[in-house]
Write a protein that binds this ligand. Structure first.
Ligand code: 475
Length: 836
């Protein structure tokens, strides 16, 4: 069935030939061969991009070699389960350095390139990352792929190969400007297109019934439009293991390049137009990270990659001897938020209409296949699709959804007779206003497991958003706290800290992150602390140079680097951070000789292009910098920087240089956060609220090693229930009032009192995210931060203890949790307890 041919064997031993050798000589040969024979360049005249591509291709060979071996291993284990991670976003970050680290050939490649007078670091810097995600959710998917491969679990990430990813952000006159992300323009060497595995995706049209040969009543879908999905595969190698999985992203293509019929009748333009329309599907990533607009194209995108993925999975399953009824025994599919939820009716459709299963059997297969992860409680982020729109695009799926809903509502009525209000709440259809399909409800009914991404988030999910579902299906719910990959975010991003840790406690910590505990005893060693500080200082000098280059602002590496990087959103409260900066500024203006701790405040993050308040917050940060940075009374003691175009790549330069990590969302709003983990793993101390994973981070590192402030989620709720009046807080707090008045006065806007008016009024009259309520507690907490900073030994000790106790937040632990609680798979896909 699958010939384990001699060719595979010949190439199966890493290092056996020049093509796959891992020594500097083989690597140099491979890079040269690519330059010569693939790119047609002479090393003497090749550009940096030529060298980058040649190096990437040489690395990719070594990945594919391991990928083929992984596939081989899988094929010899026909009872195994493969994980399919379905996600509309994968924020992979740059690939070169991470792959070299996972292969263990960073030094060998550096040496190989050096022999050709090329600096590896220049090539790493040159790389453009595929920004195929908005933020946390997309980056989490990428961390999980890294961990799946490292834990040797067969897995495929399925998503969309957007031609344009998240926009590039420029700052002009303090305002965000969005530029198209043309990440493919110099060529993307990490992927391979597989046109022979294309899938036809159908849209629109109508359904009809017919009677098959056995006299059974069947339905068929007559679509109005067909689009081709072409897979592009990127190999995902684990850290120092042979397992190499796949990220398979789909690009939309017109079925025929020209509609010849239209061409013949002379309507050339329309034929080309149709092609353009088809290819629009994978054109661009929607840049909203919280409030999906009900755009038809977005639903088309969702169905597009889901249909491709399910078809691809089913094909593989049948090819290797499976039957439609055993699909769930070979595949565990995870819904990364509700974006891929149309997979539920899609799998049902294939099983019912194409493979003739009965409803109950198809439903059992479907439920056992899917798990659903919720990533946000924000009400505006809960996806719904107008029924008319959904039905026009996916008429057969709507019929199936209605039948799922009929059975669901019957079930609710059986368990809760007479409770029509509950039926109304749990129904897949929202009947108020424009009738619409509730994707979270569809995900819940179609999955055997439902999880939140941090303990508090799961509790809030269970007690609020999904409480009816918990009551009826309690066994489906579990928490799986997020994690991040220590390979990319420590080994690659922070070589100085990594080297020091490995010299001190050994080098197994990247795969056994709990081993960082061994650092605890060194926290009391003054010599170790001094080396720890030296590493941080070097990282800060590097970041200072980048800041100077990108913004023109000089910052002092001896100052406290106080950093907030994440999407710009009111609930994340970048403006609370600004209020603190302006508080310090005012104190210095009143008393220029005040002894303040010098600080560099760094902000970074993108605002959704249509989110005006978030864009105004960016402007406010810039205006604060303009006011503060060159004020003679400040004497350089406060610097405020907006670092443009925050991305995975920029994050890798920023996290290692942070002293203080700002995790200051309103309690109950941030599902988990993962930046909080990246900072802490790089030795930053956290100032934060009891929100998301902050709570668990604090539990791990110890309350005495965490700067906590602010209302709890419960307190936020009761404050709101009791009629929260921000204006009263403003009136009672002199310093707060002065700072808010400063913003309103126009002093940050060249005298213009209107620019920040909406922001100020929002705080004074509504303040839905309790910025004013938490202000005093935040400022007081920042004073404790400053006091500790004055004691470098105590600060270093705390920083070391933070890193030592962050083991829980490896994405390896998260993936083990998913394997145990949701997927029931082990290494190499071996079924584990509870496997279906
Ligand atoms: C949470 N993105 C973080 C992270 O679990 C959490 C929504 C709609 C459309 C497109 N993107 C989105 C998110 O909802 C998102 O990124 N959520 C984030 O997921 C991983 O750590 O707290 O805000």
């Amino acid at each position: 069935m699958f010939p384990s041919v001699a060719v595979t064997e010949a190439a199966s031993e890493p290092g056996r030939d020049v093509r796959t050798g891992l020594d500097p000589a083989s690597l140099m040969q491979a890079v040269c061969d690519y330059l010569y024979y693939f790119q047609g360049r002479h090393p003497a005249t090749a550009s940096r991009n030529d060298f980058y591509l040649a190096t990437a291709y040489a690395v990719r060979d070594r990945l594919f070699q391991r990928g083929i071996q992984s596939l081989d291993a899988l094929l010899h284990r026909p009872d195994g389960r493969t994980v399919a991670y379905l996600s509309a976003e994968f924020l992979m970050g740059p690939q070169l350095a991470a792959n070299l680290v996972n292969l263990g050939i960073q030094d060998a490649m550096r040496e190989a390139l050096w022999r050709m007078d090329i600096r590896l670091e220049d090539l790493i810097e040159h790389e453009v990352e595929p920004g195929l995600g908005n933020g946390g959710l997309g980056r989490l998917a990428a961390c999980y792929l890294d961990s799946l491969a490292t834990l040797e679990i067969p897995a495929i990430g399925y998503g969309i190969r957007y031609e344009f990813g998240i926009f590039n952000q420029q700052i002009r006159d303090g305002w965000q400007v969005e530029l198209t992300d043309k990440w493919l323009h110099l060529g993307y060497p990490w992927e391979v297109a597989r046109p022979e595995r294309a899938v036809a995706v159908r849209y629109g049209g109508y359904t009809e019934t017919y009677t098959d040969e056995d006299g059974r009543y069947r339905v068929r879908w007559i679509p109005a439009e067909i689009v081709k999905g072409v897979p592009h595969d990127t190999p995902i190698l684990g850290y120092r293991v042979k397992t190499c999985n796949l990220l398979r992203l789909w690009r939309a293509e017109a079925v025929q390049t020209f509609d010849f019929e239209a061409f013949n009748i002379g309507d050339y333009a329309r034929a080309v137009e149709d092609q353009v329309t088809s290819e629009t599907i994978s054109k661009v990533l929607y840049p909203n990270d919280a409030s999906p607009q009900g755009k038809a194209l977005r639903l088309k995108q969702q169905y597009f990659f889901v249909a491709c993925a399910i078809e691809d999975m089913l094909r593989a399953h049948l090819r290797f001897g499976g039957t439609p009824a055993t699909f769930h025994k070979r595949w565990a599919a995870q819904l990364n938020d509700t974006h891929p939820t149309v997979a539920v009716p899609e799998l049902m459709r294939l099983l019912l209409d194409d493979h003739g299963l009965e409803w109950d059997e198809a439903w059992e297969v479907t439920q056992k296949t899917f798990g659903y992860t919720n990533h946000t409680l924000l009400p505006e982020a809960l996806e719904t699709w107008p029924i008319d729109l959904f039905g026009a695009l996916l008429p057969r799926h709507l019929e199936i959804v209605f039948e799922i809903n009929r059975r669901l509502c019957d079930g609710i009525r059986r368990v809760y007779p007479g409770d029509e209000d509950r039926v109304r709440r749990m129904s897949l259809i929202e009947e108020q206003g424009r009738r619409s399909l509730r994707m979270a409800n569809l995900a819940c009914v179609g999955s055997h497991a439902i999880n939140g991404v941090a303990a508090l988030h799961t509790e809030l999910l269970k007690s609020q958003v999904l409480s009816d579902w918990v009551a009826m299906f309690p066994e489906r719910f579990c928490n799986i706290t997020n994690g991040v990959t220590p390979r990319r975010f420590v080994v690659v991003a922070n070589p100085g800290q990594s080297k020091l840790i490995s010299e001190t406690i050994g080098d197994d910590w990247p795969i056994h992150l709990d081993a960082l505990r061994r650092l605890e005893t060194h926290a009391d060693d003054p010599e170790f602390r001094a080396r720890w500080r030296d590493v941080k200082h070097a990282n800060k000098r590097q970041l200072a140079a980048v800041i100077k280059e990108r913004t023109g602002i000089s910052v002092d590496p001896d100052s406290l680097f106080d950093i907030q990087v994440k999407r710009i959103h009111e609930y994340k409260r970048q403006h609370l951070n600004v209020l603190h900066i302006l508080t310090l500024y005012r104190r210095l203006k009143l008393n220029p000789d005040l002894d303040v701790v010098p600080r560099t405040f760094v902000f970074g993050g993108k605002a959704a292009p249509g989110y005006q308040v978030a864009k105004l917050i960016i402007k406010l940060v810039g205006a604060t910098g303009d006011l503060v940075n060159d004020d003679p009374d400040v004497r350089g003691r406060l610097k405020v920087v907006f670092f443009p175009n925050f991305s995975v790549k920029n994050g890798q330069a920023i996290y290692p240089a942070a002293d203080l990590s700002e995790q200051i969302s309103t309690a109950g709003q941030e599902a988990s956060g993962t930046g909080n983990m990246k900072f802490a793993l790089n030795g930053a101390l956290t100032i934060g609220t009891l929100d998301g994973a902050n709570i668990e981070i604090r539990d791990e590192v110890g309350a005495e090693n965490f700067f906590l402030f602010g209302l709890t989620a419960d307190e936020v709720r009761s404050a709101k229930a009791g009629g929260y009046a921000p204006r009263a807080i403003y009136e009672q707090n002199d310093e707060l009032r002065a700072v808010v008045d400063l913003i309103a006065s126009g002093a940050l806007a060249g005298g213009d009192t209107t620019l920040f008016r909406s922001l100020v009024d929002g705080l004074l009259w509504h303040d839905p995210f309790m910025v004013l309520a938490d202000y005093q507690s935040y400022v007081a907490c920042q004073e404790r931060v400053a006091a500790l900073w004055r004691d470098p030994e105590a600060w270093s000790r705390m920083s070391i203890l933070n890193v030592a106790r962050m083991g829980k937040f490896s994405s390896d632990r998260s993936i083990r949790d998913y394997c145990e609680r949701v997927w029931h798979v082990g290494p190499l896909g071996a079924p584990t307890e509870g496997a279906p």
